[in-house]
Design a protein around this ligand. Structure first.
Ligand code: CP
Ligand code: NVA
Length: 302
């Protein structure tokens, strides 16, 4: 039987998404209870890009559930010396219970998953970052309740995070307004295939009108460092600051997946201000992914 993978949010139903949020909150509330749901289970964590939150949350999460995680940098493994993805998948998946991958092109993770005998989790590719959305939605739920019907605004690059917001909007039925420069729109295929209520708007202030939540991300993602100067110029009118946050509802939340560049995509007064929930959001990576690991490894998020 083919294992259950989590490569994009499209791999779970609305009901499963809601169950994961519920279980994430439950695990957070009982964080000091000694859960052993993943006793003797091992997670391989393959990182081909840098990480702080993703690595720490997956590794700590496995430990807290009674299991173990192995950090595999592409620099130190044969993957980094050209061993085929398909061969690596067959070998690694015979030894562990799940594999988490952070990599470049999304096709690398789909190829790995095709040859893996255990669940594969997308911990960020150039196209998607679904684990972050589990944490973001849990954070919204904890602060404001159900996100269904609410208006979420994405400001900035139509990147991997934006694509996962597009998927989440369709599954959870919230309105998504994307404010981005013309040359930095999300992938048209991902946008066109989505069933969600999604609008692309040029003017950030217009997009933020009466919004329930505003979120943004770095202007140059990992792998785009050489475009940094051009991107600073292209995105200069897309900073989230107190001026444009004034267009949102007074109780609107601000989120950022982090790491953040204060003074670029977000002003310090916003990320460090009262509407920001970024530290809860970062912490929720741990709880949401513990729920995900249980769901994929022992089928417990019901
Ligand atoms: N948000 C996020 O994925 O952070 P890291 O790159 O630190 O893992
Ligand atoms: N878009 C960013 C997200 C980092 C968590 C990147 O890919 O670098």
């Amino acid at each position: 039987m083919k294992p259950r993978h989590f490569l994009t949010l499209k791999d779970i139903t609305e009901q499963e998404f809601q169950a994961l949020i519920k279980r994430g909150i439950e695990l957070k509330q009982n964080r000091y209870t000694h859960h052993q749901t993943l006793n003797n289970k091992t997670l391989a964590m393959i990182f081909e890009k840098s990480s702080t939150r993703t690595r720490v949350s997956f590794e700590a999460g496995m430990t807290q559930l009674g299991g173990h995680a192995i950090f595999l940098s592409s620099k130190d493994t044969q993957l980094g010396r050209g061993e085929p993805v398909e061969d690596s998948a067959r070998v690694i998946s015979r030894m562990v219970d799940a594999v988490m991958i952070r990599t470049h092109d999304h096709s690398i993770i789909t190829r790995f998953a095709d040859y893996s005998s255990v669940p594969v989790i997308n911990a960020l590719t150039d196209s998607y970052h679904p684990c972050q959305l589990l944490a973001d939605i849990q954070t919204y739920y904890e602060h404001r309740g159900d996100i269904k019907g609410k208006t979420v605004v994405w400001i900035g690059d139509g990147n991997n995070m934006c694509h996962s917001y597009i998927n989440a909007a369709a599954i959870l039925d919230f309105k998504l307004r994307i404010a981005c420069p013309a040359d930095y729109e999300p992938d048209p295929d991902i946008l066109t295939c989505s069933q969600g209520d999604i609008q692309v708007i040029r003017d950030p202030a217009q997009a933020m009108q009466d919004a329930d939540m505003v979120t943004t991300d770095v202007w140059a993602s990992m792998g785009q460092e050489q475009e940094q100067t051009a991107r600073i110029h292209a995105f200069k009118d897309y900073q989230v600051n107190s001026h444009n946050m004034a267009y949102t509802k007074p109780d609107a939340l601000f989120m950022h997946c982090l790491p953040a560049h204060r003074g670029e995509e977000v002003a310090a007064e916003v990320i460090d201000g009262p509407q920001s929930v970024v530290w809860d959001q970062a912490e929720n990576r741990l709880h949401a992914q513990k729920a995900l690991l249980e769901f994929l490894l022992v089928g417990q998020a019901r």
